[in-house]
Design a protein around this ligand. Structure first.
Ligand code: ADP
Ligand code: ADP
Length: 226
């Protein structure tokens, strides 16, 4: 479970001052449990593609399926993480993580247990009762990842999640993400404009051309993971 297939995907934005061809044609596959990155220059349509996979945007052309089913909108099957941490400031760390579980109708003690387990895996136990404004950028992003994972998605979509972090925090976050991915056996699609980061993290990398984006190359990464 967790297979993503994109065939002939294209997206054109219609705006007041005309149409912007953001993505021309993309074919890609993420096998269950695979860690795949997409790299390409700024503006080539990486976020557009990821937002379509999340179900926030409708493809203009082509088909996007998850486990054979066409995507029709956002779903708890697909967790999305943005560059800007989008935590609820009025909720504690643990309440943030529990939010999606509450929406799914999970009872108080069960969701508290589930949240605590994941927070532990991410080294966040000492911070579970803190409010986001007391946390550093890296910590907030850590909570964001845990929150996206809490509902048990089969696929994690990350849009330049570590772009705003300093080098050392970035390294820690890359290790936490790798850890969670290996433990939870989910599929990951990771967008970055940093080739080093993509090589460090992925099984496979798709390289996109400048806008309107299409896949220019596919690289299998033969290196062992950290
Ligand atoms: P990337 O993530 O690779 O930087 P984006 O997907 O954000 O690229 O953007 C691709 C192109 O589409 C860019 O030229 C961008 O300006 C344009 N674009 C993105 N979002 C919109 C939008 N909502 N309306 C119109 N144009 C957009
Ligand atoms: P990134 O390069 O990190 O993907 P952008 O700066 O391209 O981010 O876009 C940030 C936000 O602005 C996105 O939500 C995108 O949809 C929107 N956006 C980008 N370009 C345009 C545009 N030309 N018109 C309207 N919205 C846009």
């Amino acid at each position: 479970k967790g297979r993503v297939e994109v065939r002939g995907f294209g997206l054109t934005y219609d705006t007041a001052d005309g149409a912007t061809d953001a993505v021309s044609s993309v074919d890609l596959t993420v096998e269950p449990g695979e860690f795949v990155s997409i790299i390409g220059p700024s503006g080539c349509g990486k976020s557009t593609l990821l937002n379509a996979l999340a179900g926030f945007l409708k493809p203009t052309r082509g088909v996007v399926t998850v486990d054979g089913e066409p995507i029709t909108g956002p779903s708890a099957d697909r967790g999305m993480i943005f560059q800007q941490y989008s935590l609820f400031p009025w909720k504690t760390v643990r309440e943030n993580v529990e939010f999606g579980l509450k929406m799914k109708g999970m009872g108080r003690s069960e969701r508290s247990r589930a949240a605590r387990t994941l927070l532990g895996l991410a080294g966040l136990t000492p911070f579970e009762n803190h409010y986001p404004d007391r946390l550093s950028g890296g910590m907030k992003q850590r909570v964001g990842i845990v929150r996206a994972l809490a509902t048990g998605p089969r696929i994690l979509l990350l849009d330049e999640p570590f772009g705003a972090l300093d080098a050392q925090t970035r390294l820690i976050m890359q290790q936490i993400l790798t850890n969670m991915w290996q433990r939870l056996k989910i599929s990951v699609l990771f967008v970055t404009h940093d080739l080093d980061e993509a090589i460090f993290l992925s099984d496979r990398i798709y390289v996109m051309t400048a806008r309107p984006g299409e896949i220019k190359a596919e690289i299998a990464v033969p290196l062992p993971r950290p």
